[in-house]
Design a binder for this molecule. Structure first.
Ligand code: COI
Length: 354
């Protein structure tokens, strides 16, 4: 793929305090953009100054939500910059695109676009402990038509944001609200895709969670409201009586890149890992018997996020001693060690960009 690079003549000041970056509020100097124009396919790939885009108010994305996105990160260590398993994001983006009747992007083009963009923005990758350049590739439908049909014009854009921890308190146990009124997704729907609508649908649950003093919502299955699915911005994993247990991918759960990596690492550590249905009842019983040893979320933005409490109506389940469990800590250290090129990467997940 030919990517034209037009560097800005007005570079912005980079954040002076890397310890207070927050998450996703500062944007770099440039963006990657390419267009899909009907029969001509994807074309005009370029990296240019970060700018607002001119899109018709009638565009499909505003009315019918033809949109998909990915979350990725670039990591800096000793002046070198790395990305993590970009092929997985490319594949998942294509699964999302296919489900939403949007044109696929060649995996190698997706990865090349990410690498080239990160290379251009390498000075924006923060170097302080725990900071990253968060990358947000996304595709939007542009056709200005109010009939419900797939667009024939799209933008594929990548923007980047130097970021700190996703949760304001960093790697510390979060409280999770178990939502049993609203649901996030049902099988046959779009729960397995990374489309904005899934997140829009989750916001009412998120507000409820926050009203109950929790950081996030744990979603139950959309049919019986009995089985654990995932949390607002992460997949969920439990350590129950020595085994690692996580909800299986059933079509309504996001197939997380971090989820997949964590399962592999747990197996490397010698744990038995079960991907299966996990009921809320099973967790309640395990908590009562002192067997709910750990619970943690996994996701690109949040990495490995220990859960201290699960709150359901007026029941509070305290996980382990409410602190960071040893497995959660070991997984966080190992995963970030691989991502930042601090330890051996025996699975070949880390890709050096520059
Ligand atoms: C990510 O983990 O990268 C995500 O896309 C989750 C997002 C809701 C912050």
């Amino acid at each position: 793929m030919n990517i034209e690079i037009k560097l800005t003549e007005e570079p912005k000041l980079k954040p002076s305090d890397e310890n207070n970056l927050g998450f996703g509020t500062i944007f770099t100097d440039h963006m990657f953009i390419m267009e899909y124009n009907g029969d001509r396919g994807w074309e005009n790939a370029r990296i240019e100054k970060f700018h607002d885009i001119l899109v018709s108010p009638a565009a499909n994305v505003f009315h019918y939500g033809q949109e998909i996105f990915e979350g990725m990160k670039a990591y800096k260590n000793n002046g070198e910059v790395f990305i993590f398993r970009p092929d997985m994001n490319a594949k998942r983006a294509n699964n999302s695109l296919e489900r939403l009747c949007m044109p696929k992007i060649k995996e190698e083009d997706f990865v090349e676009a990410v690498k080239k963009f990160v290379e251009v923005e390498k000075d924006w990758v923060p170097k302080s402990n725990g900071t990253t350049l968060y990358l947000r590739p996304f595709v939007i439908g542009l056709d200005p038509k109010l009939g419900v049909h797939p667009s024939s014009h799209y933008y594929f854009i990548i923007i980047a944001s130097p970021s700190g921890a996703y949760y304001a308190k960093g790697m510390s146990p979060v409280s999770i609200w178990v939502e049993d009124e609203y649901v996030r997704a049902v099988r046959g729907g779009v729960g397995f895709t990374k489309t904005g609508g899934n997140y829009a649908a989750s916001m009412a649950g998120q507000e409820k969670a926050e009203a109950h003093g929790c950081e996030q919502t744990l979603w139950l299955d959309g049919v019986e409201r009995k089985y654990i699915e995932e949390v607002g911005s992460m997949n969920i994993c439990f350590k129950i009586d020595g085994k690692v247990v996580t909800p299986m991918l059933n079509g309504s759960i996001l197939p997380g890149v971090t989820r997949d990596s964590i399962i592999t690492l747990c197996k490397d550590f010698g744990y038995e890992v079960e991907e299966r249905r996990v009921s809320l009842e099973e967790l309640i019983v395990a908590a009562e018997n002192g067997k709910l040893e750990e619970c943690f979320g996994t996701g690109t933005a949040c990495v490995v996020s220990p859960v201290g409490k699960l709150i359901n109506k007026d029941r509070t389940m305290v996980i382990g001693n409410g602190g960071i469990g040893p497995l959660s800590q070991k997984l966080y250290d190992t995963l970030t060690g691989i991502q930042y090129n601090m330890i051996e990467d025996k699975h070949g997940w880390r890709i050096k960009v520059c």
